[in-house]
Unconditional design. Structure first.
Length: 261
């Protein structure tokens, strides 16, 4: 018997077998969850995501295109989700974007307005947009989960505008948790602050190898976290085990964020 038996939900952000969303999906599937997926409709992303999901043993995945920066695209996703699933128990938001040309040394103060607002929109506002559409599909309550990083709390060189967007995402989490937990909605909203990881998105941040080496040297456990550890924490936050937890930023970074030197 799994912790997620009888629960179903949608995951935004699986890119390949190295994305945090993939490891979250892996652990949720192992615990019995029924999963629905989206992919960004560019290039070979549909094939890449389908291959990754099938690797989890889901032979014929529910997989639809989604450009989360488009209200029309989100409307289509949630309309199809309602038609096919009826109700859901959870949403995983694992998407973010910032123009990589401004994720480097001495680039933050040069960030153009369009780059700044696009990063905030895709990395943070989309959680609000998904909550608007997911809430009616959660009549019995549920859980929403996003992914953040320590660069939303402290300055991480070269993380720049993405760090500002993650700060916004974390506070968005708290405001959503406050509202959606009230008036009988019983929807919990949390975020996982995971350590640096060589994902497709992470590859765009300058100095990723240095960030990984720094965490390994300075964290309490003297190593970097694994994708499976993030997936395990996601299962906890999306399951009934965390029924009293909402509005939290849960760090899965081997203690790096607790060290001040």
């Amino acid at each position: 018997m799994g912790l997620m038996d009888g629960k179903k939900g949608i995951i935004f952000g699986v890119a390949n077998e190295r994305s945090y969303a993939y490891f979250i999906a892996k652990r949720l599937a192992e615990q019995g969850a029924e999963l629905y997926f989206t992919y960004l409709p560019i290039g070979k992303m549909e094939h890449r995501v389908k291959k990754a999901v099938q690797g989890l043993g889901i032979e014929d995945p529910w997989l639809v295109p989604c450009d989360a920066s488009s209200d029309e695209s989100l409307d289509e996703v949630f309309a199809k989700l309602k038609a096919d699933a009826g109700t859901i128990d959870f949403v995983v938001h694992s998407i973010a974007f910032a123009d990589k040309d401004y994720l480097d040394d001495d680039k933050f103060h040069q960030t153009p307005r369009a780059v700044f607002t696009q990063s905030m929109d895709i990395s943070a506002y989309t959680l609000v947009a998904m909550a608007q559409r997911a809430q009616p599909l959660m009549p019995e309550g549920g859980s929403m989960l996003s992914l953040t990083y320590y660069g939303g709390e402290k300055v991480v060189p070269r993380y720049n505008v993405m760090g500002v967007a993650k700060a916004c995402l974390e506070h968005t989490t708290r405001y959503l948790a406050f509202e959606l937990g009230d008036k009988g909605r019983n929807i919990r909203v949390n975020t996982i602050s995971a350590g640096p990881f060589k994902t497709l998105a992470g590859a765009g941040v300058g100095g990723m190898d240095e960030m990984l080496a720094h965490q390994e040297a300075k964290s309490s456990l003297k190593r970097t976290n694994t994708g499976d550890e993030v997936g395990d924490t996601a299962v906890y936050l999306l399951s009934d085990l965390s029924s009293g937890v909402t509005g939290e930023t849960v760090h899965v970074d081997c203690g790096f964020s607790t060290v001040g030197f």
